[in-house]
Write a protein that binds this ligand. Sequence first.
Ligand code: ADP
Length: 250
Amino acid sequence: MTASIELQALTKRYGARTALDGLTLQIAPRCFAALLGPNGAGKSTLFQILTGLFAADGGEALIAGHSIRKQPVAALAALGVVFQQMSLDLDLSVERNLRFHAALHGLPRAVTSERIDQGCTALGIAKDLKRAVRELSGGNRRKVELVRALLHRPAVLLMDEASVGLDPASRRDLLAALRADVAARGTTVLWATHLVEEAVQADRVLVLHHGKLIADGTPDDVTRALGEPTLEAGFIQRTTTTKHKETVDS
Ligand code: ADP
């Protein structure tokens, strides 16, 4: 079976700093994976490579079997993204924002209308379709971005710290909506976060630190591998004391 996301020895450097250090992994279809890492771990760098914004210095990244470097059009067509920074036009209505994105992907009008209706209804924002995005709360803006990211029915959805700034109820709704989509359509989700409470809800947790995977598995597996009673304790312990341990080990 083709992996939804495959990284082969992916490396990215900024001068002397290695942001991604030979990252190798595969994420299977229908998986809801959390990419958990502290600030500076390399999460944004990975997303920038996966979305084609930056090129890697070495290795390969494939989306649904398509190399981002060699087959960028096919790879990007299989990708939906919700960026950390809001990227809607505030002065346009929710519907205009969504229709614009659908047109970029070449979706027919009737299909667009049906998907906008379905997505906004599922997320409880159908009543806001004619309102300017500027009038919406932060939580509802994020929901519009999620509907938008799924309009072209991507195989893979990247969420880059997508819940930052949302209140707990909005965060919960967003996660629930994603879960529903994974279940209904088999979308693969890679959810970057520095919040352990979000990662524990994933099927698989990938712990990134200094551009390397230091643990990978179900939340329970990762908790055991990190050797502390809870995932949070293990995460804090390993990502705040590794430098000291490396010094001691070497
Ligand atoms: P995260 O998203 O997990 O916080 P980043 O991918 O932003 O991590 O950063 C990984 C490492 O790369 C950090 O050490 C960061 O300082 C460095 N870095 C990221 N972007 C740049 C850049 N444009 N120029 C130089 N260094 C960068």
